[in-house]
Design a protein around this ligand. Structure first.
Ligand code: FAD
Length: 394
């Protein structure tokens, strides 16, 4: 374990089971053999490396029996494994981890939390096998941070069908997804409900947002819904109001805390490697006091962020977590990530702005993570409300 994560100086990874560790080692092999060789080219071209990514199927990252040994829960592996899976993916690349969180985090949790037993059997089984790609369509062009109150996409019931109208923006993987959970407001009772829109449904259109400077490999879709018909059988019955959406966010905000933590570690490891190799003034960069102070700060950020992730995983596993925990972790880990990627880029000098150094990718990609899944400010306001008892959103 210590070879897999040398930066984990408090040895948190020892909390993983042997089976979980085996899966993560397999993931590492696939990353190094199949994904790393194609990542720079795809980042530059703004394309997602689907073929290489789907090699992760071979490791059974969502459904390997090794993850379920001794567990009663059949749909989800342990929270500790979940934290380390995101850590492993993001430590290598933020777009790969983000694509996975949209599919295996946001989309999958929406089905598990919102779906009936039959829907879970149909949708969740195919999602965890990577037979079907899914995503999560909540944000709209005019409503981001204020989506809870502002959500404007409508759903109107007509017999055993629903008619959806509206627009969604920033939806990761929307242009390629097989099933898209779309959140819309019921025109009758005003409550937010969730509908599974299947690929090819007339009136559904998703166009990737062009010219992004962050997470270039992930396609974020602008969706238009024009009289899209969804059968009542494809409405997720347990999503009723924004409270249910928050139940999903409790999980997925923690997932993003794990991603931020992985990016922090990845940037630190790359910075340590780069400064240990390059010499100036006849000495390794890593041997200068000013550089060591920065490396030490990165190490401490990585250690603190991993501590947050691991404790969140433990609380979740025990059913003791709340939105406050997830918001605090997302806020903390994203702040530490943003500082660390800047330090890593700084100590890598001019090479730090080319994709070859690794740190340039982390530096650019961190900006999107800082914003999605609740911006820094929104998570700070959630934490602020909890500690003061005063809501300060408006
Ligand atoms: P705005 O809400 O317009 O905020 C702009 C700024 O104002 C931010 O700094 C914000 O913190 C600040 N602000 C807003 N309100 C307040 C306030 N009350 N007090 C103080 N400051 C405030 N959404 C999905 O549904 N599915 C996805 O798959 C998805 N993927 C994404 C991927 C990427 C790369 C990005 C960038 C976004 C993604 N999103 C997705 C949307 C994301 O959740 C939103 O971008 C986010 O919620 C912020 O909304 P906004 O961009 O509209 O910013």
């Amino acid at each position: 374990i210590r070879e897999l994560y040398p930066e984990d100086v408090f040895h948190y990874a020892e909390k993983l089971t042997d089976g979980e560790l085996e899966v993560l080692q397999h993931v590492r092999q696939i990353i190094e053999n199949d994904i790393r060789p194609v990542v720079t080219d795809h980042w530059e071209r703004g394309k997602f490396p689907f073929e290489a990514f789907y090699k992760l199927k071979e490791a059974g990252i969502m459904n390997s029996p090794k993850l379920f040994e001794g567990r009663d829960e059949k749909w989800k592996a342990s929270e500790m494994y979940n934290a380390f899976l995101y850590y492993e993916l993001a430590r290598f690349d933020a777009s790969i981890a983000t694509f996975y969180t949209v599919h295996g985090g946001l989309g999958y949790n929406t089905i598990l939390i919102g779906g009936s037993e039959e829907q879970k059997q149909e949708f969740a089984t195919k999602v965890r096998n990577f037979e079907w790609q899914t995503c999560f369509a909540l944000t709209e062009p005019d409503h981001g941070s204020d989506i809870a109150g502002g959500l404007a996409t409508t759903a109107e019931r007509k017999g055993d069908k629903w008619i959806l109208n509206g627009e969604k923006r920033w939806i990761g993987g929307a242009d390629t997804a097989d099933i898209v959970p779309v959140f819309a407001r019921d025109v009758e009772d005003g409550k937010i409900k969730c509908f599974i829109v299947r690929k090819g449904t007339p009136g559904y259109n998703a166009v990737p947002i062009p010219n992004k400077i962050s997470l270039r490999m992930v396609q974020n879709g602008h969706i238009t819904l024009e009289n899209v018909e969804v059968p009542e059988a494809d409405r997720l019955p347990n999503i009723n109001g924004f409270r249910s959406v928050n139940e999903i966010f409790i999980h997925t905000r923690a997932d993003v805390a794990h991603i931020a933590n992985g990016v922090t570690a990845g940037a630190f490891v790359a910075a340590l490697r780069n400064t240990s190799e390059r010499e100036q003034f006849d000495r390794k960069l890593a041997g200068f006091q000013l550089v060591q102070e920065k490396l030490a700060r990165m190490q401490s950020n990585a250690t603190a962020a991993l501590g947050y992730s691991v404790r969140i995983a433990e609380l979740m596993e025990n059913g003791e977590y709340e939105m406050f925990n997830s918001s605090l972790a997302k806020m903390h880990n994203s702040l530490r990530m943003r500082e660390t990627v800047a330090l890593a880029r700084e100590v890598t000098g001019g090479n730090g702005i080319t994709l070859e150094s690794d740190v340039a990718r982390f530096f650019a990609d961190a900006e999107a993570i800082y914003t999605y899944e609740g911006t820094h400010e929104i998570n700070a306001l959630l934490v602020g409300r909890e500690i003061t008892g005063i809501g300060a959103f408006v």
